[in-house]
Design a protein around this ligand. Structure first.
Ligand SMILES: NC(=O)C1=CN([C@@H]2O[C@H](COP(=O)(O)OP(=O)(O)OC[C@H]3O[C@@H](n4cnc5c(N)ncnc54)[C@H](OP(=O)(O)O)[C@@H]3O)[C@@H](O)[C@H]2O)C=CC1
Ligand SMILES: O=C(O)C1=N[C@H](C(=O)O)C[C@H](O)C1
Length: 246
């Protein structure tokens, strides 16, 4: 059976790539492409929607899909814990529907988040640097926020507090944002796509975990895997790792 897929944000950088990847993949096809101004009810024949739109609109899209019994694969960033709780509440009324929210669909990015989570309890210092193209709307990236959450939880479980930092004077915010007690720095630079470094430090050593997406095709195997999998995975899943044998 061919999986019928609707793509939200179909003319965007990611959406256009998703349309090509889904149509090229075995056993799935794009049946609806939704962009700004389109009637969302165009989705109604779809079994799975893929959303790469904008943090301001993604919640309305997911709500519509869940209420109409359509599974969701969501790449759009901006998912706080409160937003995830809201999606869970919608799913409680539609227990047959699956929603995957993935901060990053690139296999290497998923692995690097796992590696960072593993390393977290061994180092007193940690900082995240995320680097993206300058047309990105949000900062820090969803990947950086998720990585910080994973590291923060691992540090808390190990009884580690804030990383050592003598800074008392930072009028311009040069020390970056504090996300789950982890410093996050966002770089926006022409020529980049999506990159992240997690830096760990302890006595006499540092460890850097770096991932680079040099082309948006890096995200497509993960998106195709998610479309294929979500039809049999009711409920909320956060992170592509939940569909991988990690
Ligand atoms: N999880 C992952 O692996 C990845 C996630 N992302 C995330 O995906 C999102 C999109 O990124 P990107 O493709 O670069 O952004 P783009 O701005 O290129 O694409 C977003 C598209 O969505 C359209 N759009 C906005 N509102 C709606 C709406 N209500 N309905 C349908 N379409 C809408 C935009 O139209 P218009 O331009 O007219 O506003 C635009 O065409 C971001 O949040 C980004 O962080 C990106 C890469 C990988
Ligand atoms: O906007 C992007 O480009 C990306 N967004 C995602 C994020 O916010 O983490 C994933 C990847 O970094 C590319």
């Amino acid at each position: 059976m061919t999986i019928r897929v609707g793509v939200l944000g179909a003319q965007g950088r990611m959406g256009a790539e998703v349309c090509r990847a889904v149509d090229a993949a075995e056993g799935m096809e794009v049946v609806a492409k939704i962009d700004v101004g389109d009637d969302i009810s165009k989705l109604d024949g779809a079994q799975v929607v893929v959303d790469f739109t904008h943090p301001d609109v993604v919640m309305d899209n997911v709500k519509y899909a869940v209420e109409h019994g359509i599974h969701c694969v969501v790449g759009t960033s901006g998912f706080s814990a409160a937003r995830l709780d809201t999606v869970s509440e919608w799913l409680a009324a539609a227990p047959e529907v699956g929603v995957l929210i993935a901060p990053n669909f690139a296999i290497g990015a998923v692995l690097s988040m796992r590696f960072a989570e593993m390393a977290a309890k061994y180092y007193e210092s940690v900082e995240i640097i995320e680097l993206h193209h300058p047309r990105k709307a949000d900062a820090p990236s969803g990947t950086a926020a998720h990585t910080a959450r994973l590291i923060g939880a691992a540090r808390a479980a190990a009884g580690l507090g804030l990383a050592p930092d003598a800074t008392t004077h930072d009028p311009d915010g040069a020390r970056g944002a504090l996300v789950d007690d982890v410093r996050v720095h966002a770089v926006r630079l022409s020529g980049l796509i999506a990159h992240q470094e997690v830096l760990f430090g302890g006595p006499g050593e540092t460890l850097t975990i770096r991932h680079d997406s040099t082309d948006r095709n890096s995200f497509m195997p993960g998106v195709v895997l998610a479309v294929r999998s979500i039809v049999d995975r009711p409920g909320l899943l956060v992170g592509l790792d939940k569909l991988m044998d990690l």
